[in-house]
Write a protein that binds this ligand. Structure first.
Ligand SMILES: C[S@@+](CC[C@H](N)C(=O)[O-])C[C@H]1O[C@@H](n2cnc3c(N)ncnc32)[C@H](O)[C@@H]1O
Length: 202
């Protein structure tokens, strides 16, 4: 699945299809504001950062120190140009070797559904390990329908998705050691996404 996803983003035109002139929506800005009130420090990790627009650019403009991770070299190359004052690492989520409590916040948008859904809980556990006790996460997971190896197309190239429906997602987030603070279902174009804001359980 990862090879297919990487190839699709390396060859496809994600920017043209999704990121040209993409601005933050009001619901997203509200969630970011809520995230900011939950965290004390400035270090944010973005898993599956893509080209860094619009989210990483926005976060650095809000004076956060951003580290972005993405499997696609093309996206990392673009991200470095779009957000020069952030750090970007090309690699797979599970190859990352950050220490415990490394980040004040972890964000991940439209990316976790590109790894097999059986691995989502393992990634959430990694996030719990990497995020500080007094930090928070803001992520998108599957919404509405269950997708298990769903095939489609992005930017003119084949793509594959794997995700659970919202109730299962909430359960996984809680089981990984988080308390859910807010959730929002985005419904835009032909897609739905489930946004979750959560903080480590005390
Ligand atoms: C739909 S794009 C979203 C990019 C960015 N978050 C945004 O909103 O513009 C998904 C991104 O996740 C990256 N990605 C998918 N699976 C990954 C994995 N296993 N490890 C690291 N990056 C991954 C892809 O290369 C792609 O850039």
């Amino acid at each position: 699945m990862r090879d297919k996803v990487k190839e699709g983003y390396e060859k496809g035109d994600y920017k043209g299809d999704y990121r040209e002139n993409r601005r933050l929506r009001s619901e997203e800005k509200e969630l970011f504001q809520k995230l900011f009130t939950q965290i004390k420090g400035e270090k944010i990790l973005d898993l599956g950062c893509g080209m860094g627009i619009p989210f990483d650019k926005y976060l650095t403009e809000q004076k956060y120190r951003l580290t972005g991770v993405d499997i696609a070299g093309k996206h990392i190359h673009e991200a470095k140009k779009n957000v020069p004052n952030a750090e970007f690492i090309q690699g797979e989520f599970f190859e990352m070797d950050f220490s415990e409590n490394s980040f004040d916040a972890i964000v991940s948008f439209y990316a976790i559904f590109h790894i097999p859904r059986e691995e989502h809980s393992k990634l959430l556990e990694k996030m719990r390990y990497w995020v500080k006790e007094d930090g928070a996460i803001l992520i998108t997971l599957g919404a509405d329908v269950e997708m298990d190896g769903l095939k489609g197309e992005i930017g003119g190239e084949e793509m594959v998705w794997s995700a659970y429906a919202p109730e299962e997602n909430k359960k996984l987030v809680k089981e990984a050691g988080f308390e859910i603070l807010d959730a929002y279902t985005e419904n835009w174009r032909e897609e739905k996404h489930f946004w979750i804001l959560a903080k480590p359980m005390r």
